[in-house]
Ligand binder design. Structure first.
Ligand code: FRU
Length: 481
């Protein structure tokens, strides 16, 4: 095994370990997972020659973080995904300790991927290179090596290039830590995708704004939607504030206007994208129809990774469902892509259900894997809650709070996440064997979490403290993976 090329070693690992992973009852039915090992960030999300491509950070050899590869899946409908050959392996001097996160862009019929080469010396000192690899079939990638080295004023925590085109020029945003150990996003530009020019910090501590807003900003993504420049970023090191920033690392966005000449970014406050326990490092792309689509990592580094029940079966983490982003009412709304409806089967409909101070279950509304839609038509209660297996969703009108409560991974009690919500209009939720994604009020708020119920758990129940009337639709969902 010692002298095998890293790709061959990874393939051998899959062959030896995938049966064990497949036998895990918590293996998901319709989410992208690693065949074995650890998956983290979505990378290189792109629409190329009629297909969607999604890559992901992958350690084939353990359920801990390590020397990352790029796994690769291809789809024509964002629902069914074919496994493609491993796209990148850490086999060059400039990426020997990991082909870290990055992005993809189409130019002259070719697919260009930009990623961070992570390199460590004998003493554990880190170096990082922004690297290019090019493909003319979307399957095989030719590494061209580093195109950017760390500029003055920044530490080696300089990574996750996201490339985009604007008005005929190429731009790149990179996640950075400055030498005062504060997080920033830095802008580069290029005339040809090969020669890159440092333009300066786009936002962060160097611009005398957002001082002490985290020690490192990972995975930036900058795009325009309607009349807003949205910067998505994942800061590390924010302190929890009430309902906000309760996970170890956060993912959220700023809105405002970018001046690409200076460069500068006039923006508002940082808003979290997802209120659940497991969401990080999202990445977006635009498809043929002009939709802005997003995938996130349905996980978060470090937290609970050692207690994760799937680790016993040699795999850990998954991607979220793909979502469509829209700019409405001054904020980003996220909805599951409409293509997911092809998974639906065995529709169950209940109309105008009223529950008054009671706990209610419905015959056909139960299961381990399903989609549920609830539309509230009349409301005169304070608390409405929905119990799904061992998790609870609860809306409290008096305190304008929506809550998700789940069982802790170590089975010792429960833990919750909350967000402010003025009014509950509807819920669309996707329950997979060991995950829950809850879209509230047409995507105004989202809660994404892994949940590890007792594997026989199938119950769904509704409860109101006063009176609530709603319509209910439920579908079983096809198993894809
Ligand atoms: C985010 C991250 C990125 C890095 C990658 C390594 O989760 O830490 O900043 O490129 O994961 O796997």
């Amino acid at each position: 095994m010692k002298h095998l090329h890293p790709i061959k070693k990874a393939l051998q690992q899959i062959k030896e370990k995938q049966d064990i992973a497949q036998s895990d009852p918590h293996r998901l039915h319709f989410h992208i997972m690693p065949p074995v090992g650890l998956l983290n960030d979505p990378n290189g999300f792109v629409f190329y020659q009629g297909h969607y491509h999604i890559f992901y950070q992958w350690n084939p050899f353990a359920t801990t973080h390590g020397q990352k590869y790029w796994g690769h899946r291809i789809s024509s409908d964002l629902v069914h995904w074919e496994e493609a050959p491993i796209a990148l392996a850490p086999d060059e001097w400039f990426d020997k300790d990991g082909c870290y996160s990055g992005s993809a862009i189409v130019h002259n019929e070719k697919l260009y991927i930009f990623y961070t080469g992570n390199v460590k010396d004998h003493d554990g000192n880190r170096a990082s290179y922004q690297c290019l690899a090019v493909s003319d079939d979307g399957l095989h990638f030719d590494k061209k090596g580093p195109v950017i080295e760390v500029p003055k004023g920044y530490t080696a925590h300089f990574r996750d290039p996201k490339v985009f085109s604007k008005d005929g020029s190429w731009f790149m945003v990179i996640g950075a830590q400055n030498t005062q150990e504060q997080g920033e996003v830095v802008l580069y530009s290029s005339p040809d995708l090969e020669n890159w020019f440092y333009r300066g910090p786009l936002t962060g501590a160097h611009r005398n704004e957002l001082d002490n807003f985290g020690y490192m900003w990972e995975c930036p993504d900058l795009f325009r939607i309607k009349d807003q420049d949205i910067l998505i970023v994942s800061p590390q090191g924010l302190e929890a504030k009430g309902y906000k920033f309760n996970n170890i690392y956060q993912s959220g966005y700023f809105t405002g206007q970018v001046d690409y000449e200076s460069p500068a970014y006039q923006h508002g406050s940082f808003e979290e994208l997802d209120r659940g326990f497991d969401f990080y490092a999202p990445q977006t792309t635009v498809d043929e129809s002009g939709r802005r689509l997003l995938f996130g990592w349905m996980g978060n580094a470090e937290v609970g990774e050692t207690q994760h029940p799937t680790a016993e079966y040699g795999w850990i983490h998954a991607l979220t469902l793909p979502r469509t982003l829209q700019w409405k009412k001054g904020k980003l709304f996220q909805t599951p892509v409409k293509e997911l409806a092809v998974l639906r089967k065995n529709e169950v409909v209940y109309e105008n259900i009223t529950i008054i101070n009671q706990h209610k279950q419905f015959n056909q509304v139960a299961g381990k894997v399903f989609e549920l839609q609830i539309t509230v038509t009349d409301w005169s209660t304070n608390i409405f809650s929905l119990t799904i297996g061992e998790s609870t969703l609860r809306f409290n009108q008096n305190s304008s709070t929506f809550t998700l409560e789940r069982k802790c991974f170590n089975n010792q009690g429960t833990e919750s996440r909350h967000c402010h919500l003025d009014k509950l209009e509807n819920i669309q939720l996707f329950k997979d064997t060991s995950s829950l994604e809850v879209f509230i009020n047409n995507g105004e708020e989202v809660f994404t979490s892994r949940i590890f119920d007792d594997t026989n758990e199938q119950a769904v129940s509704f409860q109101a403290d006063g009176q609530v009337t709603f319509n209910l639709q439920k579908w079983d969902l096809e198993k894809i993976f």
